[in-house]
Design a protein around this ligand. Sequence first.
Ligand code: ATP
Ligand code: MG
Length: 239
Amino acid sequence: MAHVHVLLNQKGGVGKSTLTVNLAAVTAEAIGVQPNGSPSVLAVSVDPQGSTSWWADRVGDDLPFLFAQAHKDLAGLAKLRKITGVKHIFVDTPGWLDLSEDDDQADPLGDGRAAEILRAVLDNADSVILPIEPEPLGFKPTLRTIRQVVQPRKLPYTVVINNWDPRDGSVDLEQTQDFVRKSDRGHLAKTVVRHYKVHTRASAEGRVVTQYDANRVSLQARQDFDKLALELIINGGAK
Ligand SMILES: Nc1ncnc2c1ncn2[C@@H]1O[C@H](COP(=O)(O)OP(=O)(O)OP(=O)(O)O)[C@@H](O)[C@H]1O
Ligand SMILES: [Mg+2]
């Protein structure tokens, strides 16, 4: 059975799609292909805005993992874990979904399906990855996601600081790390994903992290994803 990692955070723009695509890429490269030659990693997007889908399209035939856009495929999502041949599945979720259990209020698709889709994903999740940015106050919406959605389901989870620019100094980073450790001891990833322009440009250029040029900066940018994937896999998908 595949291990299903769900990238989740009520807060938008924190790196869910960037982490989905690049974790899928480095994991696919590390574990190789199935005996039939097809990739052992699948990325799934349930974001109707389809930014991951657009990215995957731009990479085209060179995409090193399988990809499925599934925001309408409730039946498929319910069977996610049972997909054979694939070892790791990374699921990208939208930032604006209403994550509460008794939610009739916010329903961006307007047909009650958004909450159902998220429920199907979480029912099939083995672990959750919550990207956050290095802003101490930004952790509050993330904490809400953890308390309302992740902990009631007893899902293992990891909080990952993403988009830290070392040129900004380490004060915000350290404050964010302290904040996370205080409220969620033991769930903070050791790996910090740094800010690199090459990541920001990658979707428009149709590249994933394993396809960056082999220059020093790109290799540093890639190293964060190699480390993060290794940390997540060693910890069984979460802390
Ligand atoms: N480590 C990084 N370095 C540079 N740019 C980054 C990094 N992480 C994310 N970005 C950029 O920040 C923006 C938001 O990232 P992304 O789209 O992955 O967030 P998201 O959580 O999926 O957003 P949404 O909630 O809208 O789906 C994108 O332009 C992306 O390229
Ligand atoms: Mg996204």
